[in-house]
Design a binder for this molecule. Structure first.
Ligand code: AVJ
Length: 320
């Protein structure tokens, strides 16, 4: 029987993921990586979250981009290669592409090949003059860049949505160092960073009244049941999101509603009534705190754009 290389490769990836999930659930603090939020339904639910009145992040970042687009594109300059960390089907990317008329290339980088190629094709359809060169890679490690038809003047790394907030300090630093490497000489980083603010505003963004964030969080268990041989009883877990002001992070968890046992593949786990599975951190920064990290990774904070309420920031960092 012929088994394709692709099938073998996918199996190998899946086995690695299952052992990663089992390891996380075997730790003292049970945890599952936030990357498992994003199956098809999870991606749809996240899109829904971005439309919620409580979830200020997306609309605020969009507003900042729209209000400052002339300055932003002036900082990027002409004939840059725009390298987006993440597959970039968002409105923010479209605003940039609409206003950066002389790009050397647009390079979306994503680990999911399917998602990446679908959104790359949409970008090509909407921006036929742009050289779109998708790269399948795990952007937490360095990867090699494609050669555009036109020689880029500089690389601009784009990382929107405050996605860096998912990473704890050491990993966030590592990611900034990867972006420094990928930017190369003369390169820069355009990044969206959520800011520390009234804890109630933050907590409401992760505890919306429509219950979409709860659904998004619980869907992770459904995803594991469907694709990773788990048997979670979705009805026996509850969504929880609390802002820890000292750590500057939202802690998002699934709380067991009873003493129970669940399995992932062949491994069984006990979980007590009230015990948590950590599914996500969402770090919020002060401008000073983020600047210190950027400096330590070799960047200079050249420009910070914020909204009137200082909820969110878009920052332009150049290599020191
Ligand atoms: C995609 C990581 C930026 O932290 O706000 C939204 C994900 N989780 N609601 C965030 C998320 C729950 C989001 N990021």
């Amino acid at each position: 029987m012929a088994v394709s290389n692709l099938a073998i490769r996918n199996l190998a990836i899946r086995n690695r993921e299952i052992s990663e999930i089992v390891d996380g659930l075997s730790a003292d603090q049970k945890q599952i990586s936030p990357k498992y939020f994003y199956d098809e339904r999870g991606s749809q639910l996240f899109d829904d979250i971005t439309q919620l009145p409580e979830y200020y992040l997306t609309n605020t970042e969009l507003g900042i981009m729209r209000d400052n687009i002339a300055e932003i594109t002036a900082n990027v300059g002409k004939q840059a290669s725009l390298i987006e960390f993440g597959s970039g089907s968002s409105l923010k990317t479209r605003i940039l592409l609409e206003h950066l008329s002389q790009l050397a290339a647009y390079v979306p980088v994503d680990i999911s090949s399917e998602h990446l190629h679908a959104s790359a094709q949409q970008i090509r359809d909407q921006f036929p003059h742009v050289d779109v060169l998708p790269v399948v890679a795990d952007f937490t490690r360095t990867f090699s860049l494609p050669k555009p038809m036109v020689m880029p003047v500089r690389n601009i790394i784009y990382f929107s949505g405050s996605t860096i907030g998912n990473f704890e300090h050491d990993m966030a630093m590592e990611l900034l160092r990867v972006m420094y490497q990928e930017a190369g000489a003369g390169g820069a980083l355009l990044i969206g960073i959520d800011l520390q603010k009234d804890p109630n505003v933050i907590e409401n963004a992760y505890n919306d009244s429509a219950g979409i964030t709860a659904e998004f969080n619980l869907n992770m268990l459904q995803h594991l049941n469907r694709d990773y041989g788990a048997n979670f009883d979705i009805n026996e877990f509850a969504h929880s999101a609390n802002y820890d002001e000292n750590e500057g992070r939202v802690v998002i968890e699934l709380i067991s509603q009873t003493d129970q046992i669940f399995e992932v593949g062949d491994t069984a786990f006990d979980i007590a009534d009230g015990e948590a599975i950590l599914t996500e951190y969402s770090y919020k920064y002060t401008l000073e705190g983020f600047a210190a990290m950027a400096n330590a990774a070799g960047f200079d904070v050249e420009k910070v754009w914020t909204d009137a309420k200082q909820l969110f920031s878009v920052q332009f960092l150049t290599r020191l």
